[in-house]
Design a protein around this ligand. Sequence first.
Ligand code: PXP
Length: 243
Amino acid sequence: MRFYVNIDHVATVRQARRTDEPDPVRAAVLAELGGADGITVHLREDRRHIQDRDVELLLQTVRTGVNLELAAASDILELACRWRPMQATLVPEKREEITTEGGLDLQSPESRGRVETALARLAEAGVRTSLFIDPEEGAVRVAAEMGADAVELHTGEYANARPEMRGREIERLQTAASLARKLGLAVHAGHGLTYENVAPVAAIPELEELNIGHSVVSRAIFTGMEAAVREMAERIRRARRAT
Ligand code: PXP
């Protein structure tokens, strides 16, 4: 299991004052020292947190690997193909949302066409591809047909579910993960995961990668990034060992 730390919200704090601190590159170095297997950043179209320069510096600095989240929009795709991060995760993006709200729409022909074009361009640039989708059979099947390397299953509904509904959400994630693996996709997961709720997701055997941001950055404010990452990595390891 790989644990990727999303450091977008380090940049959110910096952008609150449009100054030069806290520095996402420094956060990435400390996250790696704490045991992160990779660094994730989302270059949003409105550049509300991570900036182009951050991605360029991270690509030069990060020793593990950079997973770049991006919308299937031509200007951002052009940057991704030039930068060639280790992995690109295509996500849906709406300007007014606070965070990514749902998985990619792979049903409507228009959205599907955009994702297909993006996958082809990224593959041509030699970038490993992942599609952020809801844990649903239809989406998993389309992602496999499209030839993505991986899917990232959206764990937001699990994270937001009332305690009595969480078991059902884990079953949905488990079913989608098994199908994805059967169809030859690598399986990732993320969104809304915290120190308290990560264990049942981390225990899903097919999962190869978790992307966690807000909870880790929040804890890092009090404990420092290295300790925050180390603690989450330990919880993930414990959950895997228990299965
Ligand atoms: N995975 C994807 C595709 C995301 O868009 C995000 C949020 O940027 C995350 C994972 C991380 O979510 P969180 O910050 O809630 O841990």
